[in-house]
Each structure stands twice: as C-alpha cells, then as structure tokens.
Design a protein around this ligand. Structure first.
Ligand code: GLN
Length: 271
C-alpha cells in the first residue's frame, strides 16, 4: 500500500479555496506566517495540522467568512478581533476615518454611533491621541468585542450601551461619525456571501435602508456644537438621499465623498 505524500503546497491547493483565503486559514490553523509556508512548501504536512486546516476549509466552502473563522480582520493597518456579533470591518469605512481625521479639531470630543467591533473609534484614538472618543452601540455583545479591541490595541475609548443617542442626553460633541445599518430590507445581497453570516441588525434597518440615517441626521444636530461635522457611511446609491436629509435638517456645507470603486459612500454636513 502506498500512501500519497501530502505536502503543505498540495494541502492548500487541494482545498479548492481562493489562494488568499487558504493562506489566511492556514496561518490561523498553524500559527505560521506566509514566509514559513514558502520555506516549508514541499514538507510533508503534519496530519493534525492538515486536519485542522481541512476543517476550516470545509466551513469556508459552506460560506462562513474568513474573518469569522480566523477571528481577525485588518482595518487601517491594525489587527482587530471580530466575532459574529459584529460587522466585519470594510475598506470603504477607512474613508470615513480619513475624513474624520481631517476634520477633527485638536482635542475634539468625537462620537461614533453604532461602533460594532470598535474599528472606527479605536483607529481615531490611535491616529489622534489628542481626541476624546465616545462610542455607542445597542448590542452589549458588540460592545464587549469593541472594548476588547480598545484594550488590546491600547486605545482609550469610552463605550456606552445606547440606542443611537438615547443614553447621551445633554452631551455635546465636535464631530459625530457613524457607519449605521443602511441596506434596504429586500436587497438580495443580504442573502449572499459573507453578509449571510453577519448580524442582521448591523446590516439592514429592516426598512427602506434610510431609517437609521434619518434618525442619526435628525438626532445628531442637538449633540453637535456649532461648526461641528456629522459624517456617515451609506449605500452606493444613497448619496443623493443622504444629502437631501442633511439639507432638510439644516446642515451646511453638505457633500458626499466617493469610495475607491467610485461610489458615493460617505456624506456629511456641518451643524
Ligand atoms: N457596507 C456593507 C455592505 O454593503 C454594509 C454595512 C452597513 O450596513 N453599514 O456590505
């Protein structure tokens, strides 16, 4: 009887996964980085490691997002912990961070509405230690992940469990940011890919996609100092509707910014 020698190279190839997914899952299963794999490509795969990797590969084939399988996702060059309790950080949201960094006055009080993993407030604090960050989420489970990320990455952020601004009566901010759930309830994307595994309440408003944007645009005004910016992320086709909401609520200097794919992705205005 001959047993086929399974090399690491063959293990990854036979998984049938996209190369980048296979590499991420192998690194997670083995604790070895890509450089190690290149050096050991032709070695016979450790059977236990091969089994652990194959189990992750099977879950990936069943649709589970790589970020939930590894429990990590990079955002703005830093490694964040994620779990199925939080939205997986997206590259588009880095644009929101950049716009906020460019507009936050020195030592500004900054608020993030619906912080999820905490990727926005933690990044803002680490990029600009002079800022004072408050971040709210309605989900205690999400806040536990966000608090953990802030501690792991060494960012001082005040986290508050709140339904948008409900728990912040009387508090004023120089800048308010948000990446709220904005997907329309019947959008077929909710039934596809990674989104099937993400918290529904972080993706959709279970309505027309704009209901949380309306709440935030209307509510933020009373918590912004005069001259303070509100900046929020929205769907690729919600730029015009977002600007209308901002204008109707009396914000000045209303505008939208495009993501790398060329879609209007962030809108904002000044109180
Ligand atoms: N940008 C995400 C998506 O379209 C949605 C995130 C959100 O609703 N804030 O997949």
């Amino acid at each position: 009887m001959t047993s086929q020698l399974l090399t690491y190279s063959a293990l990854l190839r036979q998984s049938g996964l996209e190369r980048s997914d296979a590499l991420a899952l192998f690194a997670h299963a083995s604790g070895k980085n890509h450089a190690w794999l290149i050096a050991h490509d032709r070695d016979e795969a450790d059977p236990q490691l091969a089994a652990a990797f194959s189990e992750l590969a099977a879950r990936r084939h069943a649709g589970e997002p790589v970020a939930y399988l590894t429990g990590r996702r990079e955002f703005f060059g830093r490694d964040f912990r994620v779990s199925p309790a939080v939205l997986i950080p997206r590259p588009e949201t880095e644009l929101l961070v950049e716009l906020a960094l460019a507009r936050a006055p020195r030592q500004a009080q900054v608020l993030d509405l619906g912080c999820g993993s905490g990727c926005i407030p933690v990044t803002l604090k680490l990029e600009r230690p002079d800022l004072a960050l408050t971040a709210v989420d309605i989900s205690a489970e999400a806040l536990a992940v966000a608090t953990d990320n802030a501690r792991q990455l060494g960012a001082e952020v005040r986290f508050v469990e709140s339904d948008w601004l409900a728990a912040l009566a009387g508090e004023m901010f120089d800048l308010i940011v948000s990446n709220p759930p904005y997907i329309e309830q019947h959008d077929p994307h909710l039934q596809q890919g990674d989104l099937r595994f993400e918290p529904r309440g972080a993706l959709t408003d279970h309505c027309d996609g704009l209901s949380h944007l309306r709440t935030i645009v209307a509510g933020a005004r009373a918590h912004l100092i005069s001259g303070g910016w509100l900046l929020f992320e929205h769907g690729w086709d919600q730029g015009a509707a977002s600007r209308e909401l901002l204008q109707a609520a009396g914000y000045q200097d209303v505008q939208s910014w495009r993501d790398l794919a060329g879609h209007e992705r962030i809108s904002g205005g000044v109180r």
